[in-house]
Design a protein around this ligand. Structure first.
Ligand SMILES: [Zn+2]
Ligand SMILES: [Zn+2]
Length: 144
């Protein structure tokens, strides 16, 4: 599942959703720490906006999951993240999402791709729990 997010970077000019139409919209957003680039046609961009509309109005009032600062990015928690965090959305300020992404990329490499999917999810949950704690204490240190 991590791989498919990375592949969305796509070099071609075809829409990355339907793979048929010419891409006319370039969308860049953070999906829970992973930067996603989407190249979409008109039709798919409309659908994308609709499916993401839920997080856009929420973001204005949202505060960072780690430090309570106004959030600049938000993503929907995956099932295993929800288990660790107990909330549906993962809102973050800029410094915290940067810390999170850096730690996440470093730690995720330690998880073997040879593990069966259930074990990988188990491992990812543990990694997220550790990283969440680290990002929170980094944010607390900055404040003091
Ligand atoms: Zn399309
Ligand atoms: Zn923060």
């Amino acid at each position: 599942m991590m791989e498919s997010q990375r592949e969305l970077g796509g070099s071609g000019h075809a829409c990355s959703r339907c793979l048929k139409e010419q891409a006319t919209h370039h969308i860049c957003h953070f999906n829970d720490g992973m930067k996603e680039h989407l190249e979409l046609c008109d039709e798919c961009a409309k659908k994308w906006n609709k499916s993401n509309a839920i997080s856009i109005p929420d973001l204005r009032d949202a505060t960072c999951y780690y430090c309570g600062a106004p959030a600049v990015s938000g993503g929907i928690n995956q099932v295993w993240e929800k288990k660790v965090r107990g909330v549906d959305f993962h809102f973050t300020c800029m410094p915290c999402i940067e810390n999170y992404s850096r730690l996440f990329l470093k730690r995720i490499e330690t998880i073997s791709a040879d593990l069966p999917p259930e074990s990988q999810i188990e491992e990812i949950s543990k990694v997220i729990e550790v990283i969440d704690k680290e990002v929170r204490s980094m944010a607390a240190r900055l404040k003091n």
